[in-house]
Design a protein around this ligand. Structure first.
Ligand code: DSN
Length: 434
């Protein structure tokens, strides 16, 4: 292809991706579409600069505007989450978790977290699975006992296990996170056993900011870590919030020089913008996300898809998990649905490994509604989406035929909502080069 051929090809693929995005229904629970203002910050010159160290005490010159933006981001984060201190420098949620491991534990210590099969994230995982906690920080990982009916940590058994293994750090939070975790119920026993308490809010940060999900800092967690691009529709970045001011020094030092050098300053600016948007629009956005997630759960369930936790209203967040084993397997449906322009994740069910299934083709699919809600969709639109999914999963209709209807439906939702107004469309390709 040659250098120019490759150069042109990359730009063409970017444009094609943008066009395709406008014709898809994206239900990836960990994604979202940022506002045009967030995208503007991400292409700014901040992305080309260095600002190691704390704002006002940098190791680099040239940071006067960067410092002011980082102070603003910190103040906004404290206000949104009611935190005593915010560190906005982790470049991702994994890095935020790693900084917390660095602050609170030594290699060889014990972490208690949720297993991946029960919704835990790879950054909380054991060494034998390549998880960050085990393989990067050398922690022994013990899992929370899990109630598979309730799709949540089993409080009584967790209390016993905490007493038995005496973990050094307890980390709540998950990547399949339909219901609030029992932070209040388990914090005392964990502290009594000498454990530090943290909470990974990557998936639910925007809901917490909007006042629609438990605020772990008010329930006993000492720190709340998160990525910043899921229900909080900001840049791909990370952040750590603390309940008390006296954790500032150890958290800041664990982030820099612990786990970041430069901290992606364009992302800090974009994060400040998305936090301001959360203050203004987060309450309304979070409320609609939860209504949509419950509606999608119910609409699919009524069409014969086994959405888990039906007795509990399917979810109290942005995400639902469906067992598709009556009709096929998750990997197979992930591919078919993508052919129909409906983008979902295949996902392990808590009992999949026991039943001999593997992550490559597990029994579940995970569906999140943050992005479709951001595009302005409401409860009746969830019925339409459930129809598309039902046609592929239950009726085994040819995905190519379903795709035509999905494309037409998706094109009607082209603006980003719950942000300060802009004429720029959600998936508009912004041409700088030519
Ligand atoms: N693995 C991502 C998710 O989809 O939940 C989070 O990093």
């Amino acid at each position: 292809m040659g250098p120019k051929g490759s150069f042109d090809r990359v730009l063409k693929l970017l444009k094609e991706h943008h066009k395709w995005s406008q014709e898809t229904v994206n239900l990836i629970a960990s994604e979202n579409v940022p506002s045009p203002a967030v995208r503007e910050a991400l292409v700014s010159d901040f992305g080309n600069r260095y600002a190691e160290g704390a704002p006002g005490k940098r190791l680099y010159a040239g940071c006067k505007y960067i410092d002011e933006v980082e102070f603003l981001a910190i103040d906004l984060a404290k206000e949104v989450f009611g935190a005593a201190h915010a560190n906005v420098q982790p470049v991702s949620g994994v890095v935020a978790n790693l900084a917390t491991y660095t602050a609170f534990t030594q290699p060889g210590d014990t972490l208690m977290s949720l297993s991946i099969t029960c919704g835990g994230h790879i950054s909380m995982g054991k060494k034998k699975f390549g998880g960050t906690a085990g393989s990067v920080h050398g922690l022994d990982v013990e899992y929370f006992p899990f109630d598979e009916e309730a799709m949540n940590i089993d409080v009584e058994r967790a209390r016993e296990k905490i007493k038995e293994v005496s973990p050094d750090l307890v980390l709540f939070g998950a990547s399949v996170f339909p219901f609030p975790h029992p932070v209040k119920e388990l914090s005392d026993v964990a502290s009594d056993c000498g454990a530090r308490i943290a909470y990974d809010a990557a998936h639910v940060a925007g809901l917490i900011g909007g006042g629609h999900f438990q605020n772990p800092l008010e329930e006993g967690a000492e720190v709340m870590n998160c990525s910043t691009h899921k229900t909080l529709p900001g840049p791909q970045h990370g952040m750590i919030l603390t309940a008390e001011e006296d954790l500032k020094e150890i958290i800041d030092r664990s982030v820099f020089p612990g786990v970041v050098s430069n901290h992606h300053l364009h992302s800090v600016a974009a994060l400040a913008i998305s936090l301001a948007e959360n203050l203004e629009f987060g309450e309304e956005y979070g409320s609609q996300i939860i209504k949509n997630a419950k509606s999608l759960g119910e609409a699919l369930y009524n069409r014969g898809v086994d959405v888990l936790a039906s007795e509990k209203g399917f979810t109290s967040s942005h995400v639902i998990l469906a067992d598709v084993t009556d009709h096929g397997l998750g990997g197979e449906f992930e591919r078919k649905l993508e052919d129909a322009n409906v983008i979902v994740n295949r996902n392990l069910l808590p009992w999949d490994v026991r039943e001999g299934r593997h992550y490559d083709n597990p029994g579940g699919i995970r569906l999140g509604v943050s992005e479709v809600t951001r595009l302005g969709m409401e409860e009746e639109d969830m019925e339409r989406i459930a129809d598309f999914i039902g046609r592929v999963v239950i009726e085994d209709e040819n995905p190519e035929i379903v795709r035509k209807d999905v494309e037409k439906f998706a094109r009607d939702y082209s603006k980003v909502n719950y942000c300060f107004e802009s004429e720029t469309e959600a998936y508009e390709y912004i041409n700088i080069h030519s």
